[in-house]
Design a protein. Structure first.
Ligand SMILES: [Zn+2]
Lengths: 321, 314
């Protein structure tokens, strides 16, 4: 079953009709519907590619949050060998919103980590919908320590609505944990590559996206605040999220132009949720290329310096009006 | 005190035009409601003389009280690209900026200065909550980098007074990028072996708390300051329960290990001097008011300077 987004409703109708026809034909052998059904298929295909061309920012937000998009766990399972999860922040708990450990990509041993949103009710609750508590960021810090100590590259997969706004999270120092994680990633000597695979939500994302190379999937988003949050503050109306999404310039395309990210990874027509394997493979190829390029430069603290320089310079140019 | 608010104030209002009067003479404490004579309040560093409530204080007023003899030199902050995203909500970002500049007489939400406190040379940066909620955008990032660079150049400690509702939404992702950017500035100080003291004032929230405000060698907060990542309203909406009294206030954070000290504004200067002199291996300071130091290198700026004129030029 396909989960259609709000703007895909016309598509759902056409695809539904085609399916209905075929179901009829299966029940009634005399009926020949194939010509009509394939005409509908064709129409659907055209519509799909139209819907996914020149998308509005708000539509991108919806795609970025699509429940069927591949999540962190899917990438780790498909792209990495010998994945060995490492748990805990050595302080308070193991935060399941952040997963990570040792693994190999190709034959390169790395530390891989990222926020995992979960794929059904049970796992979503367990993963807290990808919203990390301080323990999640402290686990990331620990994993970065490990990577740095043994010169392993770090691969971070970013997919979070934001850091968890909860009572315990605040009491245990959500701000401090995020600040330290960002600081730690700016102190690592080994290569750091981040891919924003879905939602890059605010400070909760930045802590895992302070990398030498930051890549984004074509329909992922990365923003200082959610469009809904921005709308309710600046428009005093959360329903103005379309306007807010547009104004925030949170698409991969805008962020590339702003120099905030380095590379966009193309998604199949209809988004990552319609071509999961293809998307995962594309991310894998991009990771190998970027990791190998960075590993060549990894002498002494060259990459650490380059990373700091990169972030110091960030924002010196705006977007063309 | 009731007779003041009920009788005197309406009478004053009737005597002068609305624009000129209230702020100039009286301020009502927003905690205990006491009407405070403005001069008296200013002399008490904007702390209520009746209930000790710490009200907002502008960076210029703060520096005037902090630096010896009220004398400090502003450190120049490079101007960022204006309105990098051509951002428009119900108002255009440049219009919001214009209003903020007019209202505060300041160019932006952070002031950086150098001078001496208790004869101890420092660089100081203070965030201005009255300027668009003190929000952190490119300018604030530039200010913190300029402050750190100046501190490294002159081998002085950096004291940073934080106050912000968070990141400046009108600069979108570029405001978010100030989190790693300012973290690099903090690393410059740490690697130069210079103290970095954060004074967290009301309110310090969001991306500001989750970057440079939580990376100090020492964290001092003003009493009752709200310090958090997610604001109390967002949390209440998420967890659907009422938060305990004092949640996310300075004293609460002190109890939870996030701060070193909570210090009354009146005692802040002495405390900073004491700590900084120990961290930099200098002998104890002579306490009390000192005459203004001799400035050799640059022409000092008398504080408070006329901010309105400055903003016009900016
Ligand atoms: Zn009071």
């Amino acid at each position: 079953m396909t989960n259609y987004l709000e703007f895909e409703k016309p598509l759902a109708e056409i695809e539904g009709k085609a399916e209905e026809l075929r179901a009829l034909a299966r029940a009634n052998e005399e009926m020949d519907v194939e010509a009509e059904a394939s005409a509908l298929d064709k129409k659907a295909e055209t519509l799909l590619s139209e819907l996914y061309t020149d998308m509005t920012a708000w539509r991108k937000c919806q795609v970025a949050r699509h429940p069927d998009r591949p999540h962190c766990r899917d990438y780790i399972e498909a792209l990495f060998d010998e994945y060995t999860p490492l748990a805990g922040d050595r302080n308070f708990a193991d935060d399941h919103a952040v997963m990570g450990g040792l693994a190999r990509i190709g034959d390169i041993p790395v530390v891989v980590m990222g926020q995992e949103k979960g794929h059904d009710t049970k796992s979503r609750i367990e993963r807290n919908f990808g919203m990390a508590r301080p323990e999640g960021y402290r686990k990331a810090i620990r994993l970065m320590d490990l990577a740095d100590r043994f010169g392993l590259p770090i691969v971070a997969l970013v997919d979070t609505p934001g850091a968890y706004p909860g009572k315990g999270a605040e009491e245990r120092g959500q701000s401090e944990a995020i600040a330290r994680a960002t600081e730690r990633s700016l102190n690592v000597k080994s290569p750091v590559v981040s891919v924003i695979i879905g939602e890059g939500g605010s400070g909760g994302a930045v802590a895992l996206a302070t990398a030498n190379t930051v890549m984004m999937l074509e329909h992922s988003i990365y923003s200082v605040i959610s469009p809904e949050g921005c709308a309710s503050i600046l428009w005093k109306d959360a329903e103005k999220m379309r306007e807010a999404a547009e104004a925030l310039r949170l698409t991969a395309q805008d962020l590339k132009e702003l120099g905030v990210i380095d590379r966009i990874i193309t998604e199949p027509v209809g988004g990552a949720q319609r071509g999961r394997d293809e998307t995962i493979a594309a991310v894998g190829r991009a990771l190998e290329v970027e990791l190998k390029a960075l590993m060549k430069q990894a002498k002494g603290d060259a990459l650490l310096k380059a990373r700091r320089e990169k972030f110091l310079k960030m924002g010196s140019k705006g977007l063309a009006a | 005190m009731n007779w003041i608010s009920n009788y005197v104030r309406p009478r004053i209002n009737s005597l002068f035009s609305r624009r000129e009067v209230p702020e100039n003479l009286w301020t009502k404490c927003n905690k205990c409601g006491t009407m405070l004579f403005h001069r008296e309040l200013a002399e008490n560093l904007n702390v209520c003389t009746s209930c000790d409530h710490h009200m907002a204080i502008t960076p210029r007023e703060r520096f005037g009280a902090l630096f010896d003899g009220g004398i400090f030199t502003e450190v120049e902050v490079p101007a960022p690209v204006d309105d990098p995203l051509s951002f428009k909500d119900q108002k255009k970002y440049p219009d919001r900026m214009k209003t903020a500049r007019k209202g505060t007489g300041e160019r932006e939400a952070m002031l950086v200065a150098e001078g001496e406190i208790g004869r101890t040379p420092i660089v100081a940066a203070a965030q201005d909550f009255s300027f668009m909620g003190g929000s952190m955008g490119m300018y604030v990032g530039n200010a913190i980098i300029a402050a750190a660079e100046r501190a490294v150049q002159t081998r002085r400690p950096l004291v940073l007074f934080s106050a912000a509702g968070g990141a400046r939404m009108q600069e979108g992702i570029l405001s978010l990028m100030q989190m790693p950017r300012t973290t690099v500035a903090v690393q410059m100080l740490k690697e130069a072996g210079l103290p970095y003291i954060v004074v967290l004032t009301h309110p310090t929230t969001g991306g500001v708390t989750a970057s440079y405000a939580m990376l100090g060698d020492v964290h001092i907060a003003e009493p009752n300051a709200l310090i958090c990542f997610a604001g109390p309203r967002v949390i209440e909406q998420t967890i659907r329960e009422k938060l305990p009294e004092g949640f996310q206030r300075a004293e609460y954070l002190l109890d939870h290990g996030m701060l070193d000290r909570v210090t009354h504004r009146r005692d802040m200067k002495d405390e900073l001097v004491t700590i900084l002199r120990m961290l930099t291996g200098q002998p104890p300071a002579v306490k009390g008011d000192l005459p203004a130091p001799e400035m050799v290198e640059e022409t000092p700026v008398e504080a408070p300077a006329d901010p309105a004129e400055k903003a016009e030029k900016a």
